[in-house]
Design a protein around this ligand. Structure first.
Ligand code: FAD
Length: 293
């Protein structure tokens, strides 16, 4: 798809590679349900250090093979050699992939790999992809409205993001957040700094409070006090927590779209229902029949 034919709003759905046959079947069903929303792409996460390399690859190729909706692998460079990355990119290219989410990644503990290796930052991966493949791949990068947890400060993080875009990113997806003002303020600062690419909010449905709190502490996404208090009060009442979560996240998405966000990227956690419920609340279109198998 060329820049000229980009739809005015861009929606995408993120999956992680399944670990068992049963999880794979579940993901097939999720994918088929979410295909009805006609997203621009389905992305598949990658365990930094290559821990999910084969499963990510198989999942991406399977989605692409079924047709209808493009598959976009996440690719993280921490701990990788140029040869590793070169080989993966060529394999994706050979399978018709045109879209990559380029990341630094976080090295999982216990890998025995110390330090970052050849690539220190995602910007270097973006440069490498452009040097090796020109404009073949559309490149998405990550950004952090609430500031990346390892950044010295917000200004330094913004400078690094601007540089990463200048290295050749076409678009950016944010870390998730629950405060629309953090997004709007970040976008304004990016525009002031000359960034013109779309900055698509990453949306995390609320499914499990303990898991969300753990993720959020690790990645620096803030759960506002009022929301934390409300969510923890549901204790084991999962159904009420999820219904409340859908309401809160739908309101957030509505504010974002009303305020001019160029689309939404859903961290689906491989579940269709929460994303479908939010989609429905937003009144976004669902096609009765999508071509994907
Ligand atoms: P970078 O852009 O390299 O930034 C990392 C840190 O380095 C920041 O603090 C930045 O300010 C700093 N920095 C950048 N450049 C410089 C420089 N030149 N000098 C000094 N400091 C610099 N992780 C996975 O492992 N697999 C996934 O599939 C995955 N998918 C993701 C998808 C999205 C949309 C997002 C938002 C995150 C995802 N992550 C994933 C998490 C991501 O890998 C981590 O947040 C990681 O810590 C940073 O990755 P990055 O690409 O943003 O890194």
């Amino acid at each position: 798809m060329t820049a000229d034919s980009q739809p005015s709003r861009v929606f995408s759905f993120e999956f992680f590679p399944p670990k068992s046959d049963e999880a794979e079947q579940r993901l097939q069903r999720t994918r088929q349900r979410l295909a009805r929303m006609d997203p621009l792409f389905f992305s598949v996460t990658f365990g930094a250090g290559g821990s999910t390399r084969d499963r990510t690859f198989e999942t991406v190729v399977d989605i692409q093979r079924r047709g209808g909706i493009d598959a976009s692998p996440h690719l993280s460079c921490i701990g990788a050699t140029p040869e590793n990355i070169r080989e993966i990119l060529q394999q994706y290219r050979d399978h018709g992939i045109r879209h990559i989410v380029a990341l630094r990644g976080d090295m999982p503990s216990g890998t025995g790999i110390v330090g970052a290796g050849h690539f220190r930052y995602a910007s270097e991966l973006v440069e490498f992809i452009r040097a090796e493949h020109g404009d073949h791949f559309r490149i998405e990068v990550a950004c952090y409205p609430e500031v990346h947890p390892q950044a010295d400060d917000a200004d330094a993080d913004l400078r690094h993001f601007v540089h990463k875009v200048e290295c050749g990113a076409d678009s950016a997806i944010t870390q998730y957040f629950f405060n629309a003002d953090a997004y709007f303020y970040f976008v304004e600062r990016c525009r002031d700094a000359g960034v013109t690419v779309p900055i698509v909010p990453g949306i995390m449905p609320i499914i499990n409070f303990k898991q969300l709190a753990r993720f959020s502490d690790a990645c620096g996404a803030e759960i506002p006090r009022w929301l934390r208090k409300r969510l923890s009060a549901f204790a084991d009442d999962k159904a009420s927590l999820q219904a409340f979560g859908v309401e809160v996240v739908s309101d957030l998405c509505q504010q974002l779209l009303d305020g001019g966000a160029p689309g939404l990227h859903f961290y689906t956690l491989n579940q269709a229902a929460p994303t479908e419920a939010i989609w429905h609340n937003l009144g976004l279109p669902v096609s009765a029949d999508n071509a994907t198998a």
